[in-house]
Each structure stands twice: as C-alpha cells, then as structure tokens.
Write a protein that binds this ligand. Structure first.
Ligand code: CP
Ligand code: NVA
Length: 306
C-alpha cells in the first residue's frame, strides 16, 4: 500500500515554483524576524527540522541549525548512510514515510535535483532544497534580501553575474524572471555554448549574455560571482576558460560607483575574485551569509504553516 498523501503540502524546491506575491511575503517575514527576533522565538516550538547533507556545507548547515533553534524548534542532522537514505536498504520514499512520524520538515542537499523534486511530489514531508547540482534557491532568496538592503530599488537593479553557468546562477535567473531586474551574464563561450538552449527558455530584454567582463559590468550596481568549479563537478579542466574573469579592482572600478560585490561563498581567493575585492569596501559577502539565516527562518515558518 502506498502511503501517498493527498493533502496539500508546502515545499521549497525552486524559486520559479513561486509567485511574486509569495516571494514578497517570505522576504517581508525575513525582514521582520531580522528586526525583532524575540517575537519569533516560539514560532517553530515543538517542530523538528531534519538536515541531510550529501555534500559539504558550512553556511547552509549553520544557518538552518541556528535559525531553527532561534525559532524554538529543534534540529536533527541525519547522515544519509547511517539512516539508509540511499535506496539500498529501503526506498527513499519509505525512509521519508518513517521520518514523517518523528520530524516535521526536511532539508536536503544532494547531487540529484530530480530526487528532491520527486520526493516533494510524494507530499510526505515538507522538503527544502538546500542546494543541488541544478539550483540553490535558499542562497538566492537570502541574496535577494541583501540586495534589497543595499540597492535603492530592485526594479532598477543592474546585476552582473560573472563566471560559471551553475546552480546559484539558475536560481538567480529564476528570480530575474519574476522581478525583471537587469541581469547580465558574463560567461566564457566554451561554457555558455553548453547552456545556450537552457538560457533561451529564460531570455528576456533584461536578461542578456556577454563574453567580455568589462562590457558586461559597465553599468552594474552589483557584481556577483561564484567558484568556477562547483562541488561534485567532474570537469575540473574548465578553469582555463575563465581568463580575465577574475573579479578584481579593475572590474569593480569599471562598474557604477558604490557597486556591491556578492559571492555566496566559499570563495577561491585569486581565482574568481581577488582578496582585495573579497575583503574590500564593496564586498557584502558576510552580510549575505548572515541573511541566509533570516530568509531560511521565514522559509521554515512558511513550509510549516498549516
Ligand atoms: N553558500 C553556501 O551555501 O555555503 P555552504 O556550501 O557552506 O553551505
Ligand atoms: N556553486 C557552488 C555553490 C556552493 C555554495 C557549488 O555548488 O559548489
């Protein structure tokens, strides 16, 4: 007998699953929690969040863990191997069925986006995507809060993404498709050619692709980057395509005055960004890390709300 539930359940898998109004509500709640954390100290009382990390994590691990505790809830970190979340001892759905007898929601970081999507469709437990090879929606929603705090308006934001076509970028593109801010992708041709088809699905007049970092960042008020080789990637050879793509003082001074520099971290100093920029006055990377917590607290309240 299948235990499939029919009740409607909320998940947080990808930004493009949401309407503008829902994203606005999550961000607005995150701002309220940040302003008055005490008010929310029992919002998740008696609730338990499970965390499964099949890849390394510092920020996501800590921000979910501390964030949930500050909402009065508890957290269990579960090791895939130990609990048999690998379809070998029993099916992943069956693990979820059992988990749902003890815990209230589950964050998963893995290298298998399809699995997260499929598990969420079972509606056994609210599922949160804590990064897959495809996307990183918690990161970009956190970054959306940081952008709102630093830029005068999102409508007039002019963001340049410089680097790889990866999970973080996909979530950023999903956000751009909802809010329609200007987003220039500066991606080497050897990489971009593999994603051209995918990019066409999202393209609009405010979403454009450049090869030249200087041209692409000319009017930016935010420059964002990430590692050139993501976790779990097989093609470690691709670094050679990123010549001239290191975000350095020259790229920063070519952009708008007061341009902010963003990076989800971890950073490879000297590769995608120089230490001078990463630690410099335009950098907001530690605020990004901090804001992850408030946004994820808002996501937790959102998915746990009946
Ligand atoms: N930015 C981010 O998700 O960091 P971790 O991989 O350390 O969680
Ligand atoms: N693109 C990076 C992001 C890490 C938070 C990776 O997947 O490794």
């Amino acid at each position: 007998k299948k235990f499939k539930r029919t009740i409607k359940m909320k998940h947080f898998i990808d930004i493009n699953n949401f309407k503008k109004k829902e994203i606005d509500e999550i961000i607005s709640l995150a701002k309220k929690i940040k302003k008055n954390p005490k008010k929310y100290s029992s919002s998740c009382k008696d609730k338990t969040l499970g965390l499964i990390f099949e890849k390394q994590s510092l920020r996501t691990r800590l921000s979910f863990n501390v964030g949930m505790q500050k909402l009065g809830g508890s957290v269990l970190e579960l090791q895939s191997k130990d609990i048999g979340f690998d379809n070998k001892r029993e099916k992943a759905e069956d693990v979820l069925n059992v988990l749902s007898q003890y815990i209230d929601c589950l964050m998963i970081r893995n290298n298998n986006h399809k699995q997260i999507v499929n598990l969420s469709k079972e509606n056994i437990l609210p599922i949160i995507n804590g990064l897959t090879e495809y996307s990183h929606p918690c990161q970009i929603l956190g970054d959306f809060l940081t952008l709102q705090e630093h830029l005068k308006s999102i409508k007039n934001a002019n963001i340049a993404w410089i680097g790889d076509y990866n999970n973080v970028l996909r979530s950023l593109i999903h956000l751009q498709n909802i809010y329609n801010f200007k987003l220039n992708l500066i991606i080497p041709k050897e990489i971009f050619k593999n994603y051209k088809k995918e990019f066409q699905q999202y393209k609009n007049k405010n979403l454009n692709h450049f090869f030249d970092p200087i041209l692409g960042t000319k009017n930016s008020n935010c420059i964002m980057t990430d590692v050139w080789v993501s976790m779990g990637e097989k093609n470690k050879n691709k670094k050679k395509y990123f010549k001239n793509y290191t975000v350095d003082k020259k790229i920063i001074s070519n952009a708008k005055n007061n341009v902010i520099f963003m990076h989800c971290l971890p950073a490879k100093r000297g590769q995608e960004v120089t230490s001078e920029v990463l630690d410099g006055k335009n950098s907001v990377v530690l605020m990004q890390a901090k804001n992850r917590m408030y946004v994820q607290q808002a996501i937790l309240i959102y998915v746990l709300k009946k």
